[in-house]
Design a protein around this ligand. Sequence first.
Ligand code: EPZ
Length: 433
Amino acid sequence: MDKLVIKGGRQLSGTVAVSGSKNTALALMAASLLPASGKTVISRVPDLRDVHTLSNLLRIIGARVEFEKNTLTISASNISHTEAPYELVKQMRASIYVLGPLLGRFGKARVSLPGGCAWGPRPVDLHLKAMQALGASIDIEDGYVVAKAKRKRLTGAKIDFPISSVGATGNALMAAVLAKGTTKIKNAALEPEITALADMLMKMGAKISGIGTTELEIEGVEELYAVRETNICDRIEAGTLLCAAAITKGDITLVDVNPNDFKAVLKKFQQAGCEIKYTETAVSLKSPKALRPTNVEAKPFPKFPTDMQAQWTALMTQANGTSKITDHIYADRFKHVPELNRLGANIEVKGNSAIVKGVQKLSGTKVMSTDLRASASLILGGLVASGTTEVLRIYHLDRGYEKIEQKLRALGANIKREQYDEFAQPKLEKEEA
Ligand code: EPZ
């Protein structure tokens, strides 16, 4: 198993390029199931565990998938199988994204219900209700969603989401584009991932209006065509790298980014006292001598993203005062707090908020990753902690950050990946005689 070994105390500086967006890549990959012929080519795909997990799922369904130099080539002409097995879905909840395209194109799908994740249940009721609105019957059999279009083909409908859901919006879009008639989606998610998905579907021949707003209207078409598409930047990796600069009082520039994808995060860095400058494709951050405590409320886009909440919590351990970080999307996404406290942070979880008392001098020790963004927050703690921090079980991290230790090393961090035996007996220090 891999761990990251970090010697803290280095100020980060320099320039680094941000990878393509994990969450957008997964949605675009699912959409590649829709064309009945041709090859979909998606560039700027990050080399991540989640991308390979979904690639394997698409292969099981019958698609041909090749990944080379951050480019995916997907041919869905020979799909024979409309089932997503538990063995793969349990590894990654986003596998549910195949439900919409399979149902939209073939009129049937059997997809395993995703399990929970590190921070609790991740329901899919909104996905299923959207499919039912489009004319599918939904049964749950042996932990699988068994979906069938009652009239062989889905029919356009009104879908009104009670809460903003990225995944459910994506699935509804991918189901509606081949449905017979018009579909109106209300309270659609505004995340850049959804805009990018809708843009790609339009290129494929779909008819969608209202892109970038919460009201989408889709005119169903008979077929969609394979296209070439470039993935957007990973706004969460960008925010995480800026946190790494700010927590080490550094000064860095990110390139290959779109600042419009994370304006709420940039505003919070400014409120914390960082100097932020940006162009259309680059963002730079210069740290202040002392960070100001800055409260955050994680909400749907364009507000501050929940996927940046753990990283911001780590950063605020170095702010001059108390900060409150509230997650309105996942009330229990705080598994990183006990591990940050082992580094010497003083964070208390109250309901769906973390109360962070700064400035806390952190000191290195062994800490355990529990989920993707929690592991990122532990790395941030290690970058500023005195001594050595070992972040264990970083298979969580490898799901969503491409070459993160290389990027941090290029910015001056003392960080390296090492193998370790998770089950080795600890060597007990000899008691002093
Ligand atoms: C996407 O998950 C992202 N994953 C998550 O990123 C991100 O945290 C989340 O959106 C919120 O922004 C991918 O895009 C692959 P939601 P998703 O449906 O689509 C509730 C990461 O770290 N809900 O927008 O699953 C849900 O419980 C990952 O990269 C229902 O109640 O999230 C949550 O409270 C983690 N019923 C809220 O909606 C449903 O059917 C928003 O979830 C679906 C969701």
